[in-house]
Design a protein around this ligand. Structure first.
Ligand code: SAH
Length: 391
């Protein structure tokens, strides 16, 4: 097995449980440096610290799996995944059959995402190390959950940084149907796991969708960055008078229309509008009682933060201008690089510029199936504020 020695003084975060080791912290590697594989991590004095997956092609050289001397094999993944399965089974009772089963670092399996959509599961192997154990992981998962089928959606920026090609397709069992019908808190949605964004649905927003259901009664709602209409369905179910569903993606809006109909809201007042939300928010005359702002990450990379804060400020400023007195704004950022405090400051700046007095009603974040490791705060990407505008 590869052995990797840290530079002097670089062991503290590892001892404290942080799962990432960057190339700059490594003094030397014993073994085949060019091979992806399991590696033991030792400090400068040769004390054993942890075990993880090594990838020479990534600046993020090692992602740690364990702080015990246990073998990394199918049984290891089976133990980790069975805890993840049990945790969801305990916490997600009721009419919800779709959730994140494994949340990477938050389930102490960095590089692995598993989402459940009714009887199908979608996996993402983001690192070359996890990819090496794909067969073991699929075997372990299949034994635990008896899926109808497991589909893979390993693609995107992290894969490129790892030097891996995209890999998309059925891994085992039946190929999923074009649209999977799922249930979330008793509401029905169609999910396109092959072509949809992320693995097909924004499972991380479940709790905030449920929240809008509690405050939508008799209200007019603008659901901006609506994707397949999740917040819109919950708003109508909560008694909203009218809901405008806005997104730039045509396929997303097509599904949003189907989702509204599936829940019996096809004849309710409101529109589905395709366009650029930045332009729309600036141009419209209409005001709303509730506005949802859930944009895609405006800062995908650390260097994007300045531009991103400008974008968030613009959106929140114009949303606040279109909020009726007493209205509620649910505003989100899913940019991992934008800290919650900075996001709040940006929203504050927007409120000042909009000439509104605003109170925080609730702080919002990932739903419970998206645990974040306390040792890896970088995993906390989604933050939201429920705001009430006074006048
Ligand atoms: N709230 C949604 C998830 C939103 S994801 C849910 O609960 O499911 C972000 C969405 O923003 C995507 O659907 C994407 O198509 C859309 N989007 C990206 N850029 C946009 C823009 N400039 N204007 C409007 N929508 C945009």
């Amino acid at each position: 097995m590869l052995q990797l020695f840290l530079k002097k003084g670089r062991e503290r975060p590892i001892i404290n449980g942080h799962p990432w080791i960057f190339s700059g912290a490594i003094e030397r590697v014993d073994g085949d440096e060019q091979e992806v594989g399991v590696a033991d991590v030792l400090d400068n004095k040769k004390n054993w610290l942890a075990r993880g997956l090594y990838n020479p092609k990534s600046q993020l050289r090692v992602r740690l799996l364990t702080w015990h001397q246990e073998t990394i094999d199918q049984s290891f993944f089976s133990r980790r995944l069975s805890r993840a399965v049990a945790f969801r089974a305990e916490l997600l009772t009721g009419p919800t059959n779709s959730y994140r089963l494994c949340n990477g670092e938050g389930d102490f399996l960095p590089g692995l995402i598993v989402d459940r959509y009714a009887d199908y599961y979608v996996c993402q192997f983001f690192t070359a190390g996890m990819e090496l154990f794909k067969d073991d992981i699929i075997a372990a998962l299949s034994a635990l959950i008896a899926p109808q089928g497991i589909f893979e959606r390993s693609e995107g920026r992290v894969r490129e940084e790892e030097g891996s090609e995209a890999s998309v397709g059925t891994l085992t069992g039946e190929p999923p149907p074009e649209l999977i019908s799922i249930e979330e808190n008793g509401h029905k949605f169609l999910v396109d796991v092959r072509r949809g964004q992320k693995t097909g649905f924004f499972l991380d927003q479940r709790d905030s969708r449920a929240f809008i259901g509690t405050l939508a009664r008799e209200r007019t709602v603008l659901n901006c960055f609506a994707y397949t209409g999740g917040f819109s369905v919950y708003a109508f179910a909560g008694g909203a008078r009218e809901v405008v569903t806005f997104d730039s993606s045509h396929p997303a809006l097509e599904l949003a229309e189907k989702n509204l109909a599936l829940n019996g809201f096809e004849d309710k007042p409101g529109e589905l509008i395709k366009g650029d939300a930045f332009a729309y928010l600036k141009e419209i005359e209409q005001k709303f009682d509730v506005i949802v702002l859930d944009p895609p990450s405006l800062a995908p990379k650390r260097g994007d933060i300045d531009a991103a804060t400008g974008g968030y400020k613009f959106l929140n400023l114009h949303a606040l201008k279109h909020l009726n007195p007493g209205g509620i704004l649910l505003t989100f950022s899913c940019s991992q690089h934008l800290p919650a405090e900075l996001f709040q400051k940006v929203v504050f700046g927007a409120a000042v510029d909009a000439g509104r007095k605003v109170a925080i009603v609730r702080r919002l974040g990932h739903s419970i199936d998206h645990p974040v490791s306390l040792h890896h705060p970088e995993g906390e990407y989604l933050k939201g504020l429920a705001l009430r505008a006074l006048d």
